[in-house]
Each structure stands twice: as structure tokens, then as C-alpha cells.
Design a protein around this ligand. Structure first.
Ligand code: UDX
Length: 438
């Protein structure tokens, strides 16, 4: 099938490339000329394992194109995915300006039937607004048509950064929100090669599934983080508590890892948007407001731990291992490292940092951080080290070498990565999250 994807950001790009790989002819559109010129040469703007190879393969097979024109990309397309950004406004609402602009442009350039699919995470009822925008802006000749000339559908994404390609190729489920048989048929055909479990519903429910899924996962994390606070106080081990809970199939072990809090481009934004959406619909989603508060408190409590154990923060040198909001990505959006580093700097600490991929993005966020080429350089001469992102590389460090390089061997493990490493035997003073048992 010929498919256009509008918005070559994270979601659009991964979706477009993967759809090409399962056999469709895809054109990805973006207004950023520089980005499109680079994509044509398979130079990708983000770090996502496997994506570059897949782009090269599908450009070669002539199934993947890039363009700056919606008109050109949608000309022969049956389906057009809208995958543009929906940033948060100051009040927590999702800003849908880009979605509206794209919907209008799709309408203005429409010459035959199109299925317009929302892929961006949008509040419930956006589908209706997209439908109305398209209807109002259709060319005169299409307005007169007796047959429907377009349908709108919702097809939320559930891709995790760092494993987006395998998430796309092996989905737990594909959710489609449709209002016509034709739209359902087209979407089923698009995903047929993956043989996925399909959840077919109306547009509003599909939009809500996305919000509810991400908010529920964020709730699980905040639950684990709240537990970690109690574990610290009563001498329990949050990892064992999570393990003991997780064997219950109704609960499951995933997303019960306590740490310095969730970040990224989705959870903070989606929880905010869901709280706002509920508020506007007349329901105060108190549970989610607390999920958000607990996430913020988790960073403050980590800072208190550092202040307590380091005694004086001013003029101390602190090494940071990991800046990205999670491993296998260069994404710094809402990374817990941002608040933690800025707070320590405000107290007069000097920060040295190492991240395998996120350094360039971090440079746009922090002032006066010394970026290092490897973990050992980052901890050299430090009074303490913070582990903030659990990159694979950090699992295999030479702790003897680290201890020798540091001025003071104190390690704050914000992800419980070293929970069973017994770092005390290397001479470290070790602090994890929710490890009241230590
Ligand atoms: C998320 C969803 O998982 C995905 O389905 C969605 O559509 C996009 O948003 P992503 O933001 O890439 O994906 O990351 P994810 O792996 O879900 O982690 C989000 C954050 O939660 C990270 O900061 C991570 O470190 C944190 N996290 C995750 C925890 O603190 N504890 C956990 O147990 C799991």
C-alpha cells in the first residue's frame, strides 16, 4: 500500500521505516528541509538501535522516500499517518497546533479518498476535530462527492525508545479506532504482515487507550517509588518486595523498578495531559496527580540522600554516570538527571558527566558540566558518583580502577543497578533506592 507519514520525528520515522520494511511504499514528510535532506542520505537525527540499517535497506529497495511536501507524499497514498509533535502547553494541555495545520493541509491537497490516521498522542475527541478540519477545508469538487472522500482513524503507538523497532515488529497489540468498515479494512491490511492481536474500537476509545496505558505504567513506577520510601524507613528491600509482588500474574514484575523517577517524552507529558483531560471532562483524577507528585518527590529524596551522606555539597566534585532518561537512547527530554544536576550545581557542586550517547543533547541543557570520554575519566578526583541511567556499559565497570580514581568512594545508585554487586568489598560506601536492608 502507498502510505504517507507526516512528521519525521521519533514516532513518525520509526513507524514509516518499519511500515516500509513490512512491504509498504512509504513517504515520510517533514517541514525541516535539513532533516529531510539528511534522511535521504540515511543520516538519522536520533539514536535508535537498528534504525539506520533499516533506513538504508528500505531506501535501497525503493520502498522508502522522504519529502518536504504533504501534497507530493499523499498524492498516491491511500493512508496518511499524522505523527507530528503534541508538546505540553504551560497548563498541561496538549498543544495540537501542528495536528490542526497538517489536517488542513491534507484536506487542501486532497484529490481522492484518503484514510487519515492519528498516530500522535492526542487527547480524546481530537479525531472529531481532525475530521471537522478536513471536512471544512476540502476542495470544492470533493465536497460535492456522494461517496465519502476521507475517513479519520486513530492508531496510537506503544513504541519504547531504545527498542522501538522490535516493539513495532512484535506488538503486544495494535489498537485501531475506526468509524467505518473501509477504514477498518485499510488498517487491518496495513498491519496484516505482523499478524498482531487487533483491538478494534471507536476513535475516542482508541485515543483513551493510549493515555490510560501510559498513565497506568507511570502509576506502577510511582507505586514502586513510594514503596522504596517505606522500605528505607522500615529496613526492607524494595527489590525483594517487587519480586515478591511480581510473581503474581495479576501484578507482574515489569515497571516496578524504583529509581530516580520516570522521564522521557511520553510519561510526564501524557500524565499531565490525562490529568487535564479528566479535569476538563469534570473528573478530578486525584490518583494521577499523586503519581506525578511522587515522581517529583523521588528526585528530591535522592538529593536529600546525597546532601545527607556528602555532608557539604558546596565545592565537592560529583561524577554522573548516565544522563539520558533511560538507556539505549540519546533522549534527554524530562530526564531526571536534569533536575538532579541543576539542584546540585545550585548548591555549588562541580559536575563531571559521562553518557554513551546523550552528551550532545545534554550540552544544550546544562551550563558548566565537564563532559568526559569514559566513566573512569568522569569519576576521577570525585567526592561521589551518581548512577542515573542504567546503560549496559555501566554493568561491567572495573570498580577497583574507579575506587582508585576517586577522591572519596561514595556511590549513589539511582537505578539499583549494582544491587547485588557488593560494592563495599571494593571499598565503596554504597547507597541504593529503597534499600533499607543495607
Ligand atoms: C513509553 C511507553 O513504554 C511506550 O509504550 C509509549 O508509547 C512511549 O512511552 P519510553 O518513554 O520510551 O516508552 O520509555 P519506558 O521504557 O516506558 O520508560 C519510561 C521511563 O520510566 C524511563 O525514565 C524509565 O527509566 C522509567 N522507568 C521504567 C522506571 O523508573 N521504572 C520502571 O520500572 C520502568
Amino acid at each position: 500500500m502507498n502510505i504517507a507519514i507526516v512528521g519525521a520525528g521519533y514516532v513518525g520515522l520509526v513507524t514509516g521505516v518499519c511500515l516500509a520494511d513490512i512491504g509498504h511504499h512509504v513517504t515520510c514528510v517533514d517541514i525541516d528541509r535539513d532533516k529531510i535532506a539528511k534522511l535521504k542520505k540515511a543520516i538519522i537525527p536520533i539514536y535508535e538501535p537498528g534504525l539506520e540499517d533499516l533506513i538504508k535497506k528500505n531506501i535501497k529497495k525503493k520502498r522508502l522516500n522522504f519529502s518536504t511536501s504533504i501534497k507530493e507524499a499523499s498524492k498516491d497514498a491511500t493512508a496518511i499517518f499524522i505523527a507530528v509533535g503534541t508538546p505540553s502547553k504551560k497548563n498541561g494541555d496538549a498543544d495540537l497546533t501542528y495536528v490542526e495545520n497538517v489536517a488542513r493541509e491534507i484536506a487542501l491537497t486532497m484529490d481522492s479518498y484518503k484514510l487519515v490516521i492519528e498516530k500522535s498522542t492526542v487527547p480524546a475527541e481530537t479525531g472529531k476535530k481532525v475530521e471537522r478540519t478536513i471536512r471544512l477545508n476540502l476542495p470544492a469538487k470533493l465536497k460535492k462527492s456522494k461517496e465519502p472522500v476521507f475517513d479519520v482513524a486513530s492508531n496510537p503507538e506503544f513504541l519504547r525508545e531504545g527498542s522501538a523497532i522490535s516493539d513495532f515488529m512484535n506488538p503486544d497489540r495494535v489498537v485501531i479506532g475506526v468509524e467505518s468498515k473501509k477504514a477498518e479494512k485499510i488498517l487491518r491490511e496495513i498491519y496484516k504482515p505482523l499478524k498482531p492481536k487487533m483491538v478494534v474500537t471507536n476513535i475516542n476509545s482508541a485515543e483513551l487507550i493510549k493515555h490510560a496505558s501510559n498513565s497506568f505504567l507511570a502509576t506502577k513506577i510511582s507505586f514502586a517509588n513510594a514503596l522504596s520510601q517505606i522500605c528505607d524507613k522500615v529496613g526492607a528491600d524494595v527489590l525483594k518486595v517487587a519480586e515478591g509482588m511480581g510473581y503474581d500474574k495479576r501484578i507482574g514484575r515489569a515497571f516496578l523498578n524504583a529509581g530516580v523517577g520516570y522521564g522521557g517524552s511520553c510519561f510526564p507529558k501524557d500524565v499531565d495531559a490525562f490529568v487535564r483531560l479528566s479535569e476538563k471532562s469534570g473528573y478530578d483524577f486525584r490518583l494521577l496527580r499523586e503519581v506525578r507528585n511522587i515522581n517529583e518527590e523521588q528526585k528530591s529524596s535522592f538529593l536529600h540522600l546525597i546532601e545527607d551522606k556528602l555532608w557539604i555539597v558546596k565545592n565537592k566534585t560529583i561524577g554522573v554516570l548516565g544522563l539520558a532518561f533511560k538507556p539505549d537512547t540519546d533522549d534527554m527530554r524530562s530526564a531526571p538527571s536534569i533536575d538532579i544536576i541543576k539542584a546540585l550545581q545550585a548548591e555549588g557542586a562541580k559536575i563531571k558527566a559521562y553518557d554513551p550517547e546523550a552528551t550532545e543533547n545534554a550540552k544544550r541543557i546544562f551550563k558548566s558540566v565537564t563532559y568526559c570520554k569514559n566513566p573512569y575519566e568522569a569519576v576521577k578526583g570525585c567526592d561521589a558518583v551518581l548512577l542515573l541511567t542504567e546503560w549496559e556499559e555501566f554493568k561491567k565497570l572495573d570498580f577497583k580502577k574507579m575506587k582508585t580514581a576517586m577522591r572519596q568512594p561514595i556511590l549513589f545508585d539511582g537505578r539499583n543497578l549494582y544491587h547485588d554487586y557488593h560494592l563495599e568489598q571494593f571499598g565503596f560506601e554504597y547507597y541504593g533506592i529503597g534499600r533499607g536492608d543495607l
